[in-house]
Design a protein around this ligand. Structure first.
Ligand SMILES: [Cu+2]
Length: 314
């Protein structure tokens, strides 16, 4: 990627600043956020070995899409655009390119001061993913690059110049009667969240199950099997309304989980179906359910049983 080297402005206005000594590293104001709209506020804590910073460059991470920089009084802003590693959905549209870096130059940020630089955009990555924003500060005689990324299991605090990063939080509750999202389970490129089973009435022979599957990989996967010892027969179903009647049927060939997409199994739509249930699922119980994916393989989920608040025909 091309680097900008920008001339130092002779004179420039001081922007509103506040003195903060607590931040030794460059950091993001919000270090954790769910996928979706995100305002990246990058803090520049100090200059380079006593010198003022005149240029700040931020290289945006893959998965931070539709980004726009906030102009800054006293600084010129320049941007670089390019292709993303893959195609994302943003507001219902496919996007495959956009802002890759922003450079604010011609400013004057004395070493004793702290400043914030803002890029607004949208986070599109799996819960748990860490998206690093590489920050480079240029001063008269040198530079500081916040470009170190912690390896898996490494403590980011052990790095001398860690890149600020945002961790993608689990999606907020979908509002379906207050079902809490279960802990995220990762298998291969897939992240499974919010799994639950609907509590069954006594004598009811079949029950439904739901889970959200995010594919963070670059290739599609497919759910090809579901099983549990709690039921004689487990299937994947679709549900649709035909002639005012809700009809369910097994999904032929399994459920596709497209690359970079989220598939939600939920009441009224795709769901897991458990038949010949030995003991009706009781609210408060936890039942082990194994899902099988073509590429990611098998994963066992401990699914909580929740009240059948909204009976969609089961
Ligand atoms: Cu069903």
């Amino acid at each position: 990627m091309r680097r900008y080297v920008l001339p130092l402005a002779a004179a420039c206005a001081l922007t509103a600043v506040s003195i903060v000594t607590a931040f030794a590293h460059s950091t993001l104001e919000k270090a954790e956020a769910p996928a979706g709209s995100y305002k990246a506020v990058l803090r520049i804590p100090h200059g380079c070995d006593g010198q003022a910073t005149h240029t700040v460059r931020i290289d945006l991470p893959e998965g931070f899409i539709g980004a726009k920089p906030m102009p800054k009084a006293g600084w010129q802003v320049a941007t670089e655009k390019g292709d993303y590693a893959k195609t994302y959905k943003l507001h219902g549209k496919d996007v495959s390119s956009g802002l890759k870096s922003v450079t604010w130059s011609g400013g004057d940020l004395p070493d004793d001061f702290y400043e914030e630089f803002v890029v607004n955009g949208s986070l599109s990555a799996d819960p748990g993913a860490k998206l690093p924003f590489i920050v480079t500060q240029l001063c008269k005689d040198g530079q500081v690059a916040w470009n170190e990324i912690a390896a898996e299991g490494q403590d980011p605090h052990s790095l001398k110049h860690p890149a600020p990063f945002v961790t993608i939080a689990a999606a907020a509750d979908d509002g379906h009667g207050g079902h809490m999202a279960a802990d995220a389970v990762k298998v291969g490129d897939l992240t499974l969240t919010g799994g639950w089973l609907r509590a069954m009435l006594p004598g009811q022979p079949a029950g439904g199950g739901f889970v959200t599957i995010a594919n963070g990989g670059s290739t599609p996967d497919r759910m090809i099997g579901v099983s549990t010892t709690a039921a004689g027969k487990s299937e994947m179903h679709t549900m649709e309304i035909k002639n005012d009647v809700m009809v369910m049927r097994p999904v032929e060939g399994g459920i596709e989980i497209p690359a970079g997409q989220i598939v939600e199994l939920k009441p009224g739509g795709l769901h897991l179906m458990f038949m010949q249930v030995k003991e009706p699922f009781r609210e408060g119980a936890t039942i082990a359910v194994t899902l099988e994916f073509e590429k990611a393989g098998k994963v066992e989920l401990q699914l909580p049983v929740k009240a059948a608040a909204d009976a969609h025909g089961h």
